[in-house]
Design a binder for this molecule. Sequence first.
Ligand SMILES: Nc1ncnc2c1ncn2[C@@H]1O[C@H](COP(=O)(O)OP(=O)(O)OP(=O)(O)O)[C@@H](O)[C@H]1O
Ligand SMILES: [Mg+2]
Length: 301
Amino acid sequence: MQSPESIDDVQQLLGQTGYVCGRSLATVVFLSLRLGRPLFLEGEAGVGKTEIARALSAALGRTLIRLQCYEGLDAASAVCDWNFAAQMIAIRTAEASGGADRDALQKELFGPDFLIERPLLKAMRPDDAGPPVLLIDELDRTDEPFEAFLLEALSDFQVTVPEIGTIKAPEPPIVILTSNRTREVHDALKRRCLYHWVDYPTFDREIEILQSRAPEAAETLSRQIVAFVQALRTEDLFKKPGVAETIDWAKCLLALDVVDLSPEVISDTLGAILKYQDDIAKIQGSEAARLLQEARQTAVA
Ligand SMILES: Nc1ncnc2c1ncn2[C@@H]1O[C@H](COP(=O)(O)OP(=O)(O)OP(=O)(O)O)[C@@H](O)[C@H]1O
Ligand SMILES: [Mg+2]
């Protein structure tokens, strides 16, 4: 599938996969595809950052390669590793069969048969479907040395493996980086990317997302759910509910055959939208009833 020709195209293509994409997000996605620049997405938890990479790969028919970041992530886990166990067996077999050619053996041991490719190397390989989508998820969880390492990979779209040499992508992959901003990512890396802050959706957009992800929910209930979650986000909470929680909650309510929100139902199901006991304790009871009243007014407006 060819890259989209316009911003509208991006919205439509992503829409076909069920991803509801606002104009400003669609614009940076379009530019990132057009200019071949990595896209750096920051935002609160559960607002659809990771999902955009999935939606893009599905919409464009490209392979999705995901590098999940974590503290201590190093090049061996990100680029490639050697299969030590298989190498040992090959050495033992060569020894047993009586002194094989040492140079040939060494070459073989560090050849493709013993190489375990990790996401960054995979993303540099040619793909029949076209350049893959490389998702570098939750970058803020890694440390600065890894960021510096990434800088090289994303500047030239190449990685260097000491035993093999440099592997350069024939065509740059589509790179999406996400961060929850638990720490600031270095400017040098940001400078190589297009940046977009993914915010909580507006009321209308969140209704659209809910219709796409939980189409079984009736309109009245959907509006109440979204209005309540949006009201909840204005509260001073330790962890505000994301879009993921809205969808989860709708599915819970549907499973309970709820057609209309009530303070009791909300209290019983708060665990689907709030994940900290302090937040739950704060909202349960009279605060939930007050927010529901507010939400009912928004829902019918
Ligand atoms: N605009 C959207 N259109 C359709 N679905 C969406 C949208 N935004 C979020 N979702 C849904 O919300 C869920 C959470 O999205 P996702 O996992 O991408 O969030 P995230 O921003 O990566 O969160 P985290 O920071 O916790 O990783 C997904 O299941 C996705 O389907
Ligand atoms: Mg995510």
